[in-house]
Design a protein around this ligand. Structure first.
Ligand code: MRU
Length: 342
């Protein structure tokens, strides 16, 4: 796959795929202002926890460029403002906060001048992106071990290459297993209301010759019962000390998997861990209700005037999770807490 986001060093710009118009058009956007990058996260030109993290880091690099001629105290003040602005782009994915905090640590700890700090931050933002690809490849290598030749993997939303800088999280084990010569196919939940499964997972699977079938969100339970799904692998926006936050609908998939004795795995780079949080600390994003009532902004499916609720993420308790796949290996939730919780 083409990287979903990259830093253009000569132009000092951020380039990203506009995911709102896939699969109809592969178009790239370029931004030179951190506010536009924050907005691209809010309106979901770029989405998926790790891709949001990379975008935020690059956006912060743009902020350093904008403010680097200011005296250092003013520069630091403006960078604090930029950090708050960036963090307000979306509330649930840990990677956004993780990436902004990582950049701000450099801004605050550096003894350099603002232009020197800007250079450091630009390098760090590129490192965030590069690390993401490496982490996803490791995660894929570990995750491929759970996949047997001939397996069909159900996934929800898009936790593939498009949701990361490249290679994906939930789709990384699938990609790695296929690279090892195993026959693996994917079933993608369509993922109402924004159809990330139907539009994006299907697009990238087709692009990379990964066999895929798209199903309506309400079909997964039946397909499990019919023996057509061997494993479930989903991505995550945040893992707290007691649950997995992922695209709305994930919880139902996990319940159905439990009831049908199908392993349910969560692919989670350590940048998505937020183990100091419990479920009560995490804000579940609520998006514009019209995303539910008006399909892809085009077809009014709900009578005019009827209200809709549009929660973007749900909460899957650890008791429904077979394993959490990180770049370091595969862990039960208990093992994961033991390894990563300070
Ligand atoms: O609202 P989105 O499209 O940003 O939601 C994305 C997901 O829920 C993904 O599963 C998650 O971010 C993991 S991405 C590797």
């Amino acid at each position: 796959m083409i990287p979903s986001i990259e830093w253009l060093e000569e132009e000092k710009k951020v380039k990203m795929i506009d995911q709102t118009i896939l699969p109809h058009e592969l178009k790239f956007l370029e931004f030179g202002d951190y506010r536009d990058v924050a907005n691209s996260i809010t309106v979901m030109n770029i989405r998926g926890a790790p891709a949001i993290g990379a975008a935020a880091a690059m956006g912060m690099a743009l902020a350093t460029i904008e403010y680097k001629e200011l005296p250092k105290d003013k520069f630091l003040e403006k960078m604090d403002e930029a950090a708050d602005y960036m963090k307000a782009a979306r509330p649930t994915a840990s990677n956004l906060f993780w990436a902004v905090n990582r950049i701000m640590k450099i801004v605050k700890n550096s003894s350099g001048t603002p232009p020197e700090i800007s250079e450091e931050v630009i390098e760090e933002a590129q490192l965030v992106a590069q690390e993401d690809v490496n982490v996803n490849k490791s995660l894929g290598k570990h995750g491929a071990k759970i996949l047997d030749d001939g397996d069909t993997v159900l996934t929800h939303c898009n936790a593939g290459s498009l949701a990361t800088v490249q290679y994906g999280t939930a789709l990384a084990p699938v990609r790695a297993a296929i690279e090892q010569g195993k026959n693996i196919s994917v079933i993608a939940d369509e993922t109402r209301p924004r159809l990330q499964g139907a539009r994006l997972t299907a697009y990238e699977c087709q692009y990379d010759n990964i066999p895929v079938n798209v199903i309506a969100d309400n079909s997964a339970g039946l397909l499990m019962r019919l023996g057509k799904i061997d494993k479930v692998i989903v991505g995550t926006d945040r893992v707290s000390s007691d649950a997995v936050f992922n695209k709305i609908g994930t919880y139902h998939v996990a319940l159905a998997a439990k009831d049908n004795d199908i392993p349910f795995y969560v692919a989670c780079p350590t940048s998505t861990l937020s183990l100091e949080d419990t479920v009560d600390d995490v804000e579940i994003e609520q998006r514009d209700p019209s995303e539910v009532g008006r399909i892809l902004g085009k077809v009014q499916a709900v009578p005019e005037g009827v209200k809709c609720l549009n929660y973007a993420f749900d909460i899957t308790p650890f008791r429904l999770v077979t394993g959490i796949i990180t770049e370091d290996g595969i862990f039960t939730p208990e093992e994961m807490l033991k390894k990563y919780k300070q």
